[in-house]
Design a protein around this ligand. Structure first.
Ligand code: NAP
Length: 259
């Protein structure tokens, strides 16, 4: 299926590894010119080189912290008029809410709510003027099914979700869509680090923790960055213009609700 994206321009935040990289790969395969981002320049340049070699893609790598105004300015200077914006950043740490002071909350909000909103604000009017825009926010299945120890993430991401629920309805008539992808367990560095932490506190091996988590999922496996990227590319496609303000859970069926 041709997704009608050849020649489009995309900013993909937090894309040197994991889910962001999966999205960058899927868009590169569709002929999208990419501006990819992460803080660490080395891994980012390696990903950019990989995308160029594999897909012949036009890739600009911008090493910057997307949770800061300066980082976002660098990103927007490299690609001021994207057709596609994939919002992503690292997730906040787990813990007990009694440990989180105001600074911890501001950090989580900056990363998982304010940064995507500021990038949307900077790019959405150009998309409206050009009559095409696709914005995908990478959030978390925890938006639907909160994980108590990830309270910072639950709070910040749900705030973003509430804001775009309104905005997405205001911009849809211009063929600009805003949707979110809600990952459940995808086997990335982030997930592997949670196995290691759980193994340490629970007195189990990392492999025991991994196996228990795998078996607990209805699909009895973890998701892959490739599958995540494919869903992202479809939401960005020309064909997906009528999908507006949705929160798509990708979790192997772990969310237990009927709807
Ligand atoms: P990952 O494998 O650890 O990759 C994170 C990527 O984001 C890296 O490229 C990292 O590069 C970049 N990054 C992190 N902080 C950044 C920042 N401030 N500015 C720019 N780039 C930044 O993580 P992932 O599993 O793909 O997760 C992506 C998002 O999905 C996270 O918010 C995570 O909490 C959420 N999520 C993941 C899962 C899962 O199962 N994997 C489930 C639910 C939610 P640098 O470190 O070099 O910056």
């Amino acid at each position: 299926m041709d997704l009608g994206l050849k020649g489009r321009k995309a900013i993909v935040c937090a894309a040197s590894k994991g889910l962001g990289k999966g999205c960058a790969e899927a868009l590169a395969a569709e002929g999208v010119a990419l501006t990819i981002n992460a803080r660490g320049a080395e891994a980012l340049e390696a990903t950019a080189a990989e995308l160029r070699a594999k897909f012949g893609a036009n890739v600009t790598a911008v090493a910057a912290d997307v949770t800061t105004a300066e980082g976002r300015a660098k990103l927007l200077a490299a690609c001021p008029d994207p057709d596609i914006l994939i919002n992503n950043a690292g997730g906040p740490p787990p813990g007990d809410f009694r440990e989180w002071d105001e600074a911890a909350w501001h950090k989580a909000l900056d990363a998982n709510m304010i940064a995507p909103i500021m990038l949307i604000k900077a790019t959405v009017d150009g998309m409206i003027a050009r009559k095409f825009g696709r914005i995908v926010n990478i959030t978390s299945a925890a938006v639907k099914l909160p994980i108590p120890q990830l309270g910072l993430s639950n709070g910040a991401r749900t705030g973003l979700t509430g804001f775009v629920a309104g905005l997405s309805r205001q911009v849809a008539k211009h063929n600009v869509t805003i949707n979110a992808l809600l990952p459940g367990p995808f086997e990335t560095d982030r997930l592997r680090s949670t196995f290691a932490a759980a193994a340490k506190t629970g007195g189990q091996s990392v492999e025991q923790v991994r196996e228990a988590r795998r078996k607990a999922n209805p699909a009895e496996r973890f998701g892959t960055a490739e599958e995540f990227g494919a869903a992202c590319a479809f939401l960005c496609s020309a064909q997906a213009g009528f999908i507006v303000g949705q929160n798509l859970v990708l979790d192997g069926g772990a969310y237990p609700g009927t709807l």
